[in-house]
Each structure stands twice: as C-alpha cells, then as structure tokens.
Design a binder for this molecule. Structure first.
Ligand code: SDX
Length: 428
C-alpha cells in the first residue's frame, strides 16, 4: 500500500502520493496538486522543496553525513584521486583499473585549449576577476565545438564534451591567473597528473624547472574531492535549470560558475579570508565582530559560517580544518589568520545566537587558509571551488538529461496591480 498525504483546502480533501528515498527521506509529490485543487505551493528559496530525485550525492544536515554515490566523503578524501571521484560522480561507479587508465589518458590528451582562446584572455584587464574569465571562457568553449550545441547528441559525443571540460578547466584557470599576473602562459604537460599539471601551469615559468611539493599536490587533491558535489545547491540547481532548456553543457556549466561566484555560495571562501584579514588588521578583539554578525541592522555576517542544510557541522569543514593544520605545519607556514579563524570558531560555537540557529563553520571557512598556504591568491579561491565542483555539476546535468526531465519553469503567486487601462502620455 503506497503512502499518501492528505491536504484539505476549502473543505475538500485531496490525497497526494508520498515518495520515499533510499535513505528513507520522505516527500509529498505535489505534481498533481494544481490540477486537483487549483492551488500551487510556494517556498521562497526552495528551503523545503525538492526539485528532483537524484542518485548522486546523499547528505544528512542533522547528522553531518556526506556521501558521493554511497561512499563516505571521509574515505574518498583520504584514499582516492580526484579524477577517480570525478569518474564516480559522472558515471556512477568507481572505475576499474582499465577504465581509469583510459579515462586519465583521455583527460590528459584534452588539456590543451584552442590557441585562439588566448585572444579573449589577452583582452581582459589585469584586474579582471578570474571567475568572470572562467564563466566566459567555459561558455566560449562551446563556440569552438559547435557540434556540442546539438541536444540530440550520441553518448560518446557527450562523453567527449565531459572529458574536454574536466581536462581544460585547470588550463583555463591557470591561464586566467597568469594573465592577471601578466606572466607568460604555461602549457599543460602530459607527464604530469591532474593536480600536478594545474600547479605547474599556475606557478612554473619558462626559465626554471618546476617541482610540485607532494604535500601541496596531496592537499589540492583532497580539497578538490571535498568540493566535488553537494546535491542541489545553488550552482548545481542553476546548471540543471539551464540544461533543462537543452542549452549545451558548456553553457550550463558556465551558468553554474556564475552562480557559485556569489559570496553567499562559493564566493564565501574569498570573503572568509577578506573577513579574517579585516579582523586581524582591526587589531581589536573578536567580540566586536561576533556582535556585528548578530546585529540585524548590520549587514556584516560571519562568512564561512552557517549552511542551508548542515545545522550541526559540515563534515567537509572538519576534514579541511585538520588538513589546514597538517599542510601549514608540513610546509612550515605560520599564518596568524588560521589562529584567528580557530578563535572565532570557538567564540561563535559558545554563543547562544549561533547555537540557536545551528550556525557552524562550513566548507568555506578553512579552505581559503589552505589555498593561501599553497600559494594560491585570494581571488582564485572560488575558481578552485569551481575546479572541484565541475564533476558534480556535470553529474547533475547528465542525470537530469538522462531522466528526460522537463524544462524547469516554477510558478508564482502574483501580488501586483489588478487590471487597469493605459493612460496616454499627455494625460499622465
Ligand atoms: C556553500 O547549499 C550548499 O550546499 C552550498 C555549499 C556547496 O557545497 O555547494 O555547501 C557551499 O555555499 C557554503 C555556504 C557559504 N556561504 C557563507 O559562508 C556565507 C555566510 N553564510 C550565510 O550567508 C548563510 O548561512 C547561508 C547563505 C549559507 C545559509 O543561509 P540560509 O539557509 O538562507 O539561512 P538564513 O540566511 O535564513 O539564516 C538563518 C538565520 C538568520 O537569522 P534570523 O533571521 O533567524 O534571526 O541565521 C542567521 C540569519 O541572519 N545567519 C547568520 C549567518 N548565517 C545565517 N548570522 C550571522 N552570520 C552568518 N554567517
């Protein structure tokens, strides 16, 4: 007997089906509600509304659980390579050795970006924010592969686009950085693994041999894994809704980059460091800032704190906090901002305002401290988030397309003027 929910409006009762997920999550399916009752539901910001069923990522905000395709994030972060996790998210299973060899070979051989892309890059001012360059560059890639714009493409053609995106995003990211520095662009070398190649393109220069510190490579690998997917967050939902119009994958990913840029989402990792630097330079105690964050009349918020879903702790923040300690001690880096971050966490976690609202450090609170120790400039932090999140966005887009989901088009409740007649200009 399938479960149902009853809703009574204007004296009439309607029965709606209940959907139960593989982790026993429950949802009332309202797809027939309007046809039955004339009513829609409204949930600004979709805080309580599911947009889709999905088999990619499971998270439990109360228990601080995060799993990609059933694998706990803790196990993947400690044992997997980022490209293995990318394969897992996109294709649903961890690759066999043979599958992984082929996948890595394909990625390696698509890292080059069409030489004409340099012209766009060189047109940007040095102060151009790299997220603006990334969003534009990823959408521009679609113009170099016009066949990618055909919605009815065979699987192997879609796979080629997926591999091209995963392969080229590090090159585009490193080139955006080099362009801002007005340093010569470094081209990907096939002898390097994924993370090493990115670090090479970021920090090498033509006049000297480059050596990637294994500590840095390992930390980057872990950070990319921790950012790889997070179910229906703002940017993933953006990728899905743009893709639902059958816009090509490059355009859908570009839209995801734009959504991620916001300081309430992926832009928070840059905002956290800027906030901690401000607190450090202010020289005063933390209490003033905690009070500002609690003051409804003050726009200041503790960046890197709070989460739409996690109301106890963000499991990624726990892993990144420990990794920050490890990386800084292994690299012999002393960063006073890390101490401020820890003190701020301590103060906030003992403050009733934060406790009552379930506000804890999220994935962005400590990640910037590691990126900084790796030598990555602050404005590139959200680009690093996009590098990690790309496979998740692709997996969400692919699942939506394979489910043949309809174009996303929410309804609304109109609150504007009722009908009125046009008044000619001379009478206004
Ligand atoms: C990411 O969705 C995802 O999965 C995102 C992400 C992913 O992997 O894709 O996890 C990545 O985006 C992490 C979040 C990064 N953003 C920040 O760190 C920015 C700072 N955090 C906030 O702006 C906020 O916490 C959000 C945006 C993250 C969540 O906001 P919600 O769920 O809409 O909650 P809300 O704004 O309604 O806040 C509830 C209450 C409010 O107070 P009251 O009106 O109840 O009195 O908590 C307060 C808020 O004022 N509050 C904060 C706060 N965050 C929420 N107060 C002070 N500082 C904060 N950071």
């Amino acid at each position: 007997m399938s479960e149902t929910a009853k809703i009574t409006v204007e004296g009439k009762t309607y029965e709606l089906p209940v959907t139960t997920g593989s982790e026993q999550e429950k949802a009332i399916d309202i797809s027939k509600l309007r046809a039955l009752s004339g009513y829609i539901t409204i949930d600004t910001g979709f805080k309580n509304t599911g947009s889709t069923k999905s088999a990619i990522t499971f998270l439990d905000g109360e228990k601080g659980i995060l799993r990609y395709r059933g694998y706990p994030i803790e196990q993947l972060a400690d044992n997997a390579e980022f490209l293995e996790v990318a394969y897992l998210l996109v294709y649903g299973e961890l690759p066999t050795k043979a599958e992984y060899t082929l996948f890595k070979e394909s990625i390696t051989h698509h890292t080059l970006v069409h030489e004409d892309m340099r012209q766009f890059l060189e047109a940007y001012p040095a102060k151009a924010h790299p997220m603006g360059i990334m969003a534009a560059s990823l959408c521009t890639l679609s113009t170099f592969y016009p066949e990618s714009q055909d919605p009815a493409r065979p699987t192997e053609a879609i796979d080629l686009t997926i591999h091209r995106l995963i392969a080229k995003i590090p090159t585009l990211a490193a080139w955006a950085y080099k362009n801002a520095m007005r340093h010569p662009l470094m081209y990907p070398l096939n002898k390097f693994e994924y993370c090493e190649n990115f670090l090479y393109m970021m920090f090498a220069n033509p006049s000297e041999k480059y050596y990637a510190d294994p500590v840095i490579v390992s930390a980057l690998n872990k950070l990319l894994i921790l950012h790889a997917d997070h179910e229906q967050n703002c940017s993933a939902s953006t990728v899905r809704i743009v893709g639902s119009s059958q816009a090509n994958l490059y355009a859908s990913i570009s839209a995801g980059v734009s959504a991620l840029w916001g300081p309430l989402h992926g832009g928070a990792n840059q905002a956290v460091i800027e906030m901690l630097e401000t607190i450090k330079n202010d020289g005063g105690g933390l209490d003033k800032w905690v009070q500002k964050a609690k003051d409804k009349n003050d726009p200041f918020r503790l960046m890197g704190f709070g989460h739409r879903v996690y109301k106890n702790f963000d499991p990624r923040a726990k892993i990144i906090k420990k990794a920050a300690d490890d990386v800084l001690s292994k690299l012999g880096v002393v960063d006073p901002v890390l101490d401020i971050a820890k003190e701020l966490e301590e103060v906030a976690l003992n403050d009733q305002y934060f406790i009552d609202r379930g506000l804890y450090p999220n994935v962005d609170f400590y990640s910037g401290i590691i990126y900084r120790a790796l030598g990555i400039p602050t404005e590139m932090f959200t680009v690093m988030f996009a590098l990690g999140r790309l496979p998740g966005w692709i997996a969400q887009w692919k699942e939506m397309m394979e489910d043949n989901q309809p174009i996303g088009r929410p309804r609304q409740i109109y609150t504007g003027e009722n009908e009125r007649d046009f008044t000619p200009l001379e009478k206004r």
